[in-house]
Write a protein that binds this ligand. Structure first.
Ligand code: ADE
Length: 232
């Protein structure tokens, strides 16, 4: 799968995609990540990528023609273009699963003060926010989306079983639950003990315990994930 990030700050994007799992996935040829400077598509001696807003107001607005040329330069057949925008539907795990099906994901990073509205209206397939807060730019948001999508690409995670029972991903029965807590050695640390059942070697009991903990955690921290008809 191919990812292309369009940004005014390519240096912000390079680190997070070059190490660890994403770095290895690129070396293995499972994903390809291009990071492109939108300023390369700006015109004039000053390569101006933003301008003052029509109607007045503070701040600068990213220019539609610059973003248009940037998208045209990287978009391939079947490519899906997403604008990172705090005023957009919130990105969820279901979106990560959906976007992992496209051959190319183009992520457009907005300027913190704004992007000409014609970008969202005419140039992109959708816009996504990563949460109800405003970042200085879309770069961190694009990297969040890239990371969550890339790990769904077959082979990127060494052990595909880790995708099986995950928080926010529907289980076989369709239920969405937070993942049960995990423990590792030592068995006891400063008097804090690992639950006995995990040491029992009894897989059916362990599965039942994990399910019970997952339901309890979800009820406590994220009741919004449980179906509305759930009486508790
Ligand atoms: N750009 C600035 N804030 C953002 C957010 N929360 N999500 C996506 N893009 C953004």
């Amino acid at each position: 799968m191919r990812f292309d990030i369009l940004t005014l700050h390519p240096e912000l994007c390079r680190g997070p995609v070059s190490g660890s799992i994403l770095g290895r996935a690129q070396e293995a040829g499972l994903i390809d990540v291009g990071i492109h400077d939108l300023r390369d598509h700006a015109e004039g001696r000053h390569r101006q990528a933003d301008d003052a807003p029509y109607g007045g107001g503070s701040g600068m607005v990213m220019k539609v023609d610059v973003v248009d040329r940037g998208i045209q330069a990287v978009r391939q057949a079947g490519g899906h273009v997403v604008l990172m925008d705090p005023v957009a539907p919130t990105f969820r795990q279901a979106d990560a699963l959906r976007l992992a099906q496209v051959p190319q994901l183009v992520l457009v990073c907005g300027h913190y003060e704004g992007v000409d509205a014609r970008v969202r209206e005419h140039l992109v397939d959708e816009a996504l926010s990563i949460g109800d807060y405003v970042l200085t730019g879309g770069e961190l948001a694009a990297l969040v989306v890239l990371d969550a999508v890339a790990r769904q690409v077959p082979g990127v995670l060494g052990n595909p079983d880790s995708l099986g029972v995950e928080s926010f991903t529907p289980r076989d029965d369709g239920q969405v639950l937070l993942e049960a807590p995990q423990y590792t050695r030592p068995r006891e640390y400063r008097g804090w003990e690992v639950p006995d059942v995990l040491l029992s070697g009894h897989h059916a009991l362990i599965d039942a315990w994990r399910h019970e903990r997952a339901v309890a955690l979800t009820r406590r921290w994220r009741p919004d994930l449980l179906p509305p008809e759930d009486p508790d």
